[in-house]
Design a protein around this ligand. Structure first.
Ligand SMILES: [Zn+2]
Length: 436
């Protein structure tokens, strides 16, 4: 009894000093049109806020009553163009926490709390409207371009609240796939015949449905989703490339035929036909099926080209394109593929995926595969159609200078057309010889 009393007495002062709530972590999600800041709390927040926009730095001040800060605030907001920094300041009341968000420009904040759910604890959400990530190289419209180029939509999987798979040492899939996507975009934008459209440009969430939609809006000729695989055990490893399954494509077309607004988008002038009688709608179905067969064949071929390139730099989990019903692979009219760059659940591959060098190699492999596909299957009116080339398979005794002479072109033209790093040729190597 005495011991209990002592214990209670000892605990009493600390119990009184402990705040009712804790800020357990703070997350900052910049997206193209806003920055979202989320405070994860141990209980429902009791808060108030105000802005200081009369002088620089512009500030949003949030007071959390009866709350202790346990989360670190270092480096927060670094990736947002809108947020300068997140820091604390002397609180107004004892036991409370004052958070100051310094802003680069004025933004009318929306502040609201969210109750705990299965995944998250109680939260306070701060939405700050305003451009928060640099729009990296927006794809130019066909009219803006001097010469029609191929537009490749690159979709880095997951983002924001959705980390994707998590590696054994804590690597998030969403981060590594964005790095690979950005490296791929750079390589594509350096190509005179192509331009990249990045579907996701920062650490924010996009629904699987909105990703192919964005690619369609950008008038993409190809859609590539970049991911990293995971398994429950660390063993499985290697990369794989996935294409839209015929079954999924068929069901998507079925859905499209039911939505009138989709018709004009898909068929242009032929859309009128659909409003007619049954035999005419049969024709529409046929047109859509043809377009689907075309783009599915395209997806399959580009997947094969990418596999050919990837197997030189990484082990392949599957050596042939795999068909699947992934949520992002749903466009029956745009060749669409999903690249699993490796297993993030495998410790060795997790390390590889984190390395800048390996990320660049993966990006190069995808780029080379995409390029070869468009060189061999040039879209009418594009750079690749205008600069048509001849396919040549290297035989024994042939060198770049021999080939340059034979095809009446230059060594540098062959090198740049095939993205060759060295002048050494291998027997059986496939080259595209540019027209002189
Ligand atoms: Zn994924």
């Amino acid at each position: 009894m005495k011991r209990w009393l002592l214990l209670i007495l000892l605990c009493l002062p600390t119990v009184q000093a402990v705040a009712a709530n804790d800020i357990q972590s703070v997350r900052v999600w910049p997206s193209p049109d806003k920055t979202r800041i989320v405070f994860d709390l141990s209980a429902k927040p009791d808060y108030s806020y105000f802005t200081l926009y009369d002088s620089q730095p512009y500030r949003l001040v949030i007071d959390f009553r009866d709350t202790e800060r346990k989360a670190s605030l270092t480096n927060l907001g670094e990736e947002s163009l809108l947020v300068k920094k997140v820091r604390t300041s002397s609180p107004q009341y004892a036991n409370s926490t004052r958070i100051v968000i310094e802003l680069n420009s004025k933004s009318q904040p929306e502040v609201f709390s969210l109750p705990a759910n299965e995944t998250y604890s109680d939260r306070l959400v701060v939405d700050l409207p305003g451009e928060s990530v640099r729009r990296t190289g927006p794809a130019k419209s066909v009219d803006e371009l001097k010469e029609r180029v191929v537009t490749v939509a690159i979709d880095a999987g997951h983002g924001g609240d959705d980390p994707g798979s998590i590696g054994p040492s804590g690597t998030y899939e969403k981060h590594v796939v964005l790095k690979i996507a950005q490296a791929l975009a750079t390589q594509i934008n350096n190509d005179p015949g192509m331009q990249a459209y990045l579907v996701r440009t920062g650490d924010y969430y996009l629904t699987p449905d909105s990703r192919p939609e964005k690619a369609r809006e950008a008038k993409a000729d190809l859609f590539i989703s970049i991911h990293a695989d995971a398994f429950t055990s660390p063993g499985p490893n290697g990369a794989s490339v996935w294409v839209l399954s015929k079954r999924r494509a068929n069901s998507e077309i079925g859905r499209w035929l039911e939505t009138r607004e989709k018709h004009s988008e898909l068929l242009g002038g032929a859309a009128e036909i659909l409003q007619g009688n049954d035999s005419e709608s049969y024709l529409a179905r046929t047109l859509l099926d043809m377009s689907m067969d075309n783009s599915m064949a395209g997806g399959y071929n580009v997947a094969n080209e990418i596999i050919d390139e990837m197997k030189r730099i990484t082990r392949m989990h599957k050596s042939k394109p795999q068909a699947a019903s992934f949520a992002v692979l749903k466009s029956p009219d745009i060749p669409s593929i999903l690249v699993e760059t490796g297993f993030i659940s495998n410790p060795r591959e997790e390390k590889n995926l984190l390395s800048r060098n390996h990320q660049n190699k993966l990006a190069s492999a995808i780029y080379n595969g995409v390029r070869r596909y468009f060189v061999q299957n040039p879209i009418d009116g594009t750079y690749f159609a205008k600069h048509r080339s001849t396919r040549h398979i290297v035989k024994s005794g042939e060198s770049l200078s021999i080939l340059a002479q034979r095809y009446n072109t230059s060594i540098s033209a062959i090198k740049s057309h095939n993205n060759l790093q060295s002048t050494v040729l291998k027997i059986g190597q496939v080259l595209e010889i540019p027209a002189s």
